[in-house]
Design a protein around this ligand. Sequence first.
Ligand SMILES: C[S@@+](CC[C@H](N)C(=O)[O-])C[C@H]1O[C@@H](n2cnc3c(N)ncnc32)[C@H](O)[C@@H]1O
Length: 211
Amino acid sequence: MSQGKDSGFADPAGTWNKRFADQTYLFGTEPNEWLREHAGVWLSGQRVLCVADGEGRNSVWLARRGLQVDAFDIAEVGVAKARRLAAEQGANVNYQVADCDGFAWPEAAYDGVAAIFVQFADPALRERLFARMRQCLKPGGTLLLQGYTPKQLEYRTGGPPVLSHLYTAALLREAFAAMDIVELRDYEADVAEGSGHLGRSALIGLVARRR
Ligand SMILES: C[S@@+](CC[C@H](N)C(=O)[O-])C[C@H]1O[C@@H](n2cnc3c(N)ncnc32)[C@H](O)[C@@H]1O
């Protein structure tokens, strides 16, 4: 599970630093499958931001594809592991330790945003986070987002065990109504992302373009 029963929402940095303390990579070192499948929307040399990037599996993979990648996460232990993974794989990523409310989001700066399992956000934080993600994209820039749906509460193979943090298609359509929805898929799959996301999972994936 990516978040335990108490979910650690009161102390996210402390909680995630503990989860990342092990030498192994909690979500593995391979990129998320939704990201791998859709990253072709971005061309080599374009600028992408990885939001709450954890231990770096997604940012490193994107940088190795020739993208210019910025990434941040609240957990310094995760960012240290991300830096190590990048060094091992010869990838150049600009990492920062930052809370999503504290990150210095630039305006209309990125060709892409990758938001993979950022469901630490409760509805109020999610509203601020999603607005920032949209605003930091250039017009024509693309957001790739992956999360769990409420059905995941039955599987409990990853993600927060809290309904209000999970996404439905209707929720994402409304949240990103100001963007063009290119693809929105509510689906199930057998996920094997380290020990953190493992087993049958109720997923949702979004591809949306800034107008
Ligand atoms: C489920 S993990 C996903 C990590 C990464 N996106 C991936 O797919 O491997 C959620 C991440 O959100 C980070 N996080 C939690 N609260 C945060 C906050 N308020 N601001 C920034 N990052 C946060 C955690 O440290 C953790 O790395």
